[in-house]
Design a protein around this ligand. Structure first.
Ligand code: FE2
Length: 307
């Protein structure tokens, strides 16, 4: 297939997708994802490669989505009308390109023709493309061993795609521990956003540490900083399991090469859910053309609440 090139690398993004309520609530992050989608179209992006947090493969394997008509797995707290009609537009033609880059880098990567799409990726895509159809995209799994360096290397292997009109995205969670969330407001009232008390200090502190690593590092120090977060004293409080952190490492791999030294990384919009879940969004590197940074809503007052 013919692949277009761009001179300057496209930015990468790490998105915290939060709970499934984020599919239907128009939050600050949802508005931010929409802005990123609009920017992507304006800047000539042609396709997306995304790693989520819910597609996990065993042993040393990696899988790549190659199903031309993937089913959408059911989404808790969201009526099917909210997502069933959204056109995922899977890029089965591009999947072998992704597979080839990963194999060349030594990964046991293969295309999965029976892939089913999970909400961690299509929550993001649905908001990015409110017209109802995603840009063509490929999903890559993360590996269940949750080795930070493995996922950094995966991102590094796909970094060349940033020069090929391809946006590399990670969908996970900056502070995402289901065991430490407060569930009553969501279970009793279906309101995951109700902050009946302040978040706990560990959630605030780890979220700040995550943001510091992103915004105060570039190049290889970004990769080191992101992997070092897994040794942070509050890491296990903030990440009950490692699955929602792997795509952050993947993005640090894609955005933290020697050539990325000196580039800027940005904290975008965020919201809190279930008291302790911090849904922070980050941009790594600039858009090739102005505006170089995806606009951030100044406050939740700027968000139109539709529900
Ligand atoms: Fe998730």
């Amino acid at each position: 297939m013919a692949i277009q090139a761009n001179e300057k690398p496209l930015p990468c993004f790490f998105f915290s997708h939060g709970s499934t309520a984020m599919l239907v609530r128009r939050t600050g992050p949802a508005a931010y994802w929409e802005q990123v989608g609009r920017q992507a179209l304006e800047q000539g992006v042609e396709r997306i490669v995304i790693m989520g947090a819910h597609w996990e493969t065993l042993n040393d394997t990696i899988r790549i989505s190659g199903n031309p008509k993937p089913e959408k797995q059911p989404v808790a707290w969201a009526h099917p009308r909210e997502y069933l009609d959204f056109d995922l537009n899977p890029d089965v033609e591009f999947a072998p390109v992704v597979e080839g880059l990963l194999q060349k880098a030594g990964f046991d990567a293969t295309i999965d023709p029976k892939f089913e799409q999970i909400h961690d990726t299509f929550i993001i895509l649905k908001w990015m493309f409110p017209g109802g159809k995603s840009l063509p995209h490929v999903v890559v799994s993360h590996n269940a061993r949750c080795d930070p360096h493995f996922h950094l290397r995966m991102g590094a292997a796909l970094r060349p795609l940033r020069y090929q009109k391809c946006l590399i995205l990670g969908s996970g969670g900056a502070v995402h521990n289901l065991y430490r969330n407060a569930w009553p407001q969501a279970v009793l009232y279906r309101d995951s956003m109700a902050l009946t008390r302040p978040p706990e200090q560990w959630a605030i502190d780890f979220g700040e540490a995550f943001s510091d690593v992103v915004t105060k590092n570039s190049g290889p120090s970004l990769r080191k900083g992101m992997s070092r977060l897994m040794s942070h004293p509050q890491y296990r409080d903030a990440q009950g399991t490692d699955d929602h952190f792997m795509s952050a490492l993947f993005i640090a791999g894609a955005a933290g090469a020697l050539e990325d030294r000196g580039t800027k990384n940005y904290a975008g919009s965020e919201c809190w859910e279930l008291i302790n879940m911090r849904n922070s969004q980050f941009q790594f590197g600039d858009w090739p053309h102005e505006p170089r940074v995806t606009p951030v809503l100044k406050s939740m007052k700027d968000v139109e609440t539709t529900r």
